[in-house]
Design a protein around this ligand. Structure first.
Ligand code: SF4
Length: 248
């Protein structure tokens, strides 16, 4: 349902797009309600927003041109006013045991890594949450890099969507687990990690979220949280965040 906040933010985005022609808004930062409100201002029917939202998250496409059930005029209008940044695959390495390591390139030219780790009982995606890392663990190659920036929630989402496709192609099965043990410290980018988890809840499969793990036990960093630990304050926070504020 479209709440007042979505309505106002959608209208605000509509007018912002008109005032700041050169600086496009990333359309994936908008909720469904905000896109509906924006389309209302354009005089477009509400169901168009749902169609666009599905292209953004459920199908997904990397250009407005790929939204084939939307009119050409509307696709042009969207591409004039919004950006649609996404991760692209730079290089892929596969080992004999089925592990697939992917180097992704961000829209602003940085590189991050995600890994598909298959075992007999599970298919795990190991994700990055930041570009570089500020915690400088001595044993870790990333620790010798400067932290460039946090990943956005859509960039975390893209890693899962791409690795999930790799998993289906290589193993005939979807991912079953996600761990944030790639580049960066997820607890220092928690809002984006949680937002990506909320989106994944609707688009990949719910079971993944039952095994989401933010566990740094191998590092000398003291931030530790796992969703499975019932008495952990952070774990309780994760439960609360997973169950509210859904985007669809
Ligand atoms: S927190 Fe993780 S990514 Fe960062 S330096 Fe330590 S082990 Fe490496």
């Amino acid at each position: 349902m479209q709440d007042n906040y979505s309505l106002l933010r959608g209208q605000w985005v509509y007018y912002l797009c008109r005032m700041r022609k050169k600086e496009k808004v990333n359309i994936r930062t908008l909720t469904l309600g905000e896109i509906e409100s924006y389309f209302e201002e354009l005089g477009e029917p509400k169901f168009r927003a749902k169609q666009v939202y599905e292209w953004l998250w459920q199908k997904p496409v990397q250009t407005f041109e790929g939204m084939t059930n939307i009119s050409k005029e509307l696709r042009k209008k969207l591409s004039d006013e919004f950006s649609l940044p996404g991760l692209t695959v730079d290089t892929v390495q596969q080992s004999e045991d089925g592990t697939i390591k992917t180097r992704f390139k961000t829209h602003d030219g940085h590189f991050i890594e995600g890994v598909l780790i298959p075992t007999a009982s599970r298919f795990t995606a190991c994700l990055s949450s930041q570009i570089g890392c500020s915690l400088s663990c001595k044993f870790c190659a990333t620790g010798y890099m400067d932290r460039k920036r946090n990943l956005e929630f859509d960039e975390i989402y893209d890693q899962v969507a791409i690795i999930n496709k790799q998993c289906e192609k290589a193993n005939g099965k979807k991912l079953s687990n996600i761990v944030f043990m790639g580049m960066g410290e997820p607890l220092l980018n928690l809002p984006a990690v949680l937002e990506s988890a909320r989106l994944l809840l609707h688009t990949i499969r719910r079971e993944i979220l039952d095994s989401i793990c933010l566990n740094r036990t191998l590092s000398d960093v003291t931030l530790v949280a796992t969703k499975r630990e019932p008495f952990d304050v952070l774990a309780e926070g994760l439960e609360t965040n997973f169950s509210r504020g859904e985007r669809i």
